[in-house]
Ligand binder design. Structure first.
Ligand code: SAM
Length: 223
């Protein structure tokens, strides 16, 4: 990617894509193996206590989080997505926050930070800062759970396979550039380990993967 302005423009375009796609988001879901494994893994993880959900979208995971959590704070940059999420799960024990995660700062510490299908949309330049934010959101014994996929079609690769930038389209054909980093679970786990996290990243039978863990005891993640 180019300079700072290019990155800011790309992140705006990405947020704009998700605002525009909100109403048809579920039509774009990947009907591929492995999704059930992620649901089962989150169930086994038991996200109890005060839970923070980053980039909650239309509430895909919020209901499952609420089965275990005392309360959920769900953050997203799209009012359209938050409106759909609220329609699905209501407001009881849920606080919705409209915010840009590249600017937002936590207003407290949480027992669990969860993000579904968000990490792959964080540009490589913001990877370390994002994990620093996650650390700042967690209580000392707090835990992290995330799920994602590395799925990119050949048609999406408008800047080639080595670029994190891809093109996504609405059903009406309108095209947007977004970030989609195709992490390999084992590489991601090694990288997080080097940053002071103890997170095991699990592959599934399909393109999905999930990670769960916490800070290495006594260590602060690198800034
Ligand atoms: C791939 S969707 C994931 C939604 C949901 N977590 C799920 O698993 O279905 C990515 C979400 O990130 C949100 N998003 C995009 N840019 C953002 C930003 N800068 N700050 C906060 N949320 C953002 C979008 O509005 C969208 O809801």
């Amino acid at each position: 990617m180019g300079g700072r302005d290019d990155l800011a423009g790309l992140l705006d375009e990405q947020a704009g894509f998700y605002r525009a796609v909100a109403a048809e988001y579920d039509d774009h879901a990947l009907a591929l193996p492995g999704g059930g494994e992620v649901v089962a893994a989150l169930e086994a993880f038991r996200p109890a206590g005060r839970v923070l959900e980053l980039a909650c979208g239309p509430g895909t995971w919020t209901g499952q989080l609420l089965r275990h959590a005392t309360d959920v704070t769900a953050v997203d940059a799209s009012a359209e997505m938050l409106g759909i999420a609220e329609g699905r799960v209501g407001r009881e024990r849920v606080r919705f926050v409209l915010a840009d995660l590249f600017e937002w700062r936590p207003d407290g510490r949480y027992d669990v930070v969860f993000f579904g299908f968000w990490l792959s949309h964080v540009p490589p330049e913001r990877f370390a800062a994002f994990w620093s934010l996650v650390a700042d959101c967690l209580r000392p014994d707090g835990r992290v759970f995330f799920a994602d996929d590395g799925y990119r079609t050949v048609e999406e690769l408008i800047e080639g396979e080595d670029s994190p930038v891809v093109q996504r389209r609405l059903t009406d054909g309108t095209a947007y550039r977004i970030v989609k980093v195709p992490y390999q679970p084992e590489d991601l786990e090694r990288r997080l380990d080097r940053m002071g996290w103890q997170i095991k990243v699990h592959a599934t039978a399909g393109p999905f993967y999930w990670g769960a863990g916490n800070h290495a005891p006594g260590e602060r993640p690198l800034r």
